[in-house]
Design a protein around this ligand. Structure first.
Ligand SMILES: Nc1ncnc2c1ncn2[C@@H]1O[C@H](COP(=O)(O)OP(=O)(O)O)[C@@H](O)[C@H]1O
Ligand SMILES: [Mg+2]
Length: 291
């Protein structure tokens, strides 16, 4: 299946929130892999009151294995935990202590290989890219790299050099696209023209709903059908290439198709109601929910 890497130019535009929102609404089996060297967020946030079994070691558990391909794949599966109730979404939670990043440095190529060949799609949260600790191997293995940013001058300025690096890293079968969060002085068309990268999605600035995902805040009654969740849902359907319509020997997504479809049917911030966008997620069963 496909590996989707979500990254940012810094400034916390909402990479983790978007990665989690996508995973919970993803139209198929999916693993959310927290690979941000700066630390995990889902376990002490969204899952804080939702975990029903031991969280296990997560990504750190991989460092306790002999470093060879098959061992890392097997160990990775042992470190995965459910993210929702119906089992369609799973989580490989990230490291807590950034000092542990050094232990992962030599293993990133094997982790990338294991994630890229996993049965089911993988959404990897890499956080801010550009620093020495960026897991470059994941970017090289990605089918799609999604750069999350706000449409502001500061973010556009920060993203330019990082896009240059990403272009040199992402393989010929990979693709780079943008996900814009909230309003800013630039329109999606201007950002696309300035950066010469397709805009795959525009998400609304919805602080209350975003905090349900980023901090485990209590969801509003209308959370499951709110605009932000509907946008995640639409974004996932647009990004994911159904395997039955795109048989590829390598199992890789037809990523040119991803950008073409995204541009033909852009995700607007003011879409009509899609129905129960999150009704397959654990939010429906949350002990914190009002419903
Ligand atoms: N679409 C959004 N609208 C409003 N606030 C958001 C949105 N996405 C994320 N946030 C908020 O931004 C902050 C940072 O989010 P996070 O996902 O942790 O960013 P990053 O992973 O890029 O550092 C959190 O408080 C989160 O609730
Ligand atoms: Mg983050």
């Amino acid at each position: 299946m496909a590996l989707y890497c979500l990254v940012s130019p810094g400034g916390s535009p909402g990479v983790t929130t978007t990665a989690l929102g996508l995973a919970l609404t993803w139209p198929g089996r999916v693993l959310l892999a927290e690979c941000d060297p700066m630390g995990r967020r889902v376990l002490p946030g969204y899952l804080a009151d939702r975990m029903r079994e031991p969280a296990g070691p997560g990504l750190l558990g991989i460092t306790t294995t002999d470093a060879n391909d098959s061992n890392v794949s097997v160990r990775l599966e042992q470190c995965v935990v459910p993210l929702d109730d119906d089992g369609h979404a799973e989580l490989l939670h990230g490291i807590r202590d950034p000092r542990h990043t050094a232990r992962l440095t030599a293993l990133w190529p094997l982790v990338a290989g294991a994630l890229a060949t996993r049965d089911g799609d993988v959404i990897a949260d890499l956080g801010r890219v550009g620093g020495a600790e960026t897991p470059v191997a994941l970017l090289e293995a990605a089918n799609v790299v999604i750069v999350v940013l706000k449409p502001t001058l500061a973010q556009v300025d920060a993203v330019r050099p990082r896009l240059d690096v990403l272009r040199s890293l992402v393989s010929s079968r990979g693709e780079i696209g943008l996900c814009l969060i909230g309003d800013g002085p630039y329109s999606a068309a201007e950002i696309k023209r300035l950066l010469r990268v397709p805009v795959l999605a525009e998400l609304p600035h919805s602080p209350a709903d975003a905090q349900v995902l980023s901090d485990g805040a209590r969801p509003r009654r209308t959370f499951r059908t709110c605009l932000l969740v509907r946008c995640f849902n639409r974004m996932g359907h647009r990004l994911r290439v159904p395997t039955e319509t795109t048989p590829m020997p390598s199992g890789a997504a037809d990523t040119t198709e991803v950008a073409r479809r995204a541009e033909a049917h852009p995700i607007r911030r003011k879409e009509s109601n899609d129905g129960n966008a999150l009704d397959r997620s654990s939010i429906a069963h949350s002990r914190r929910s009002h419903q």
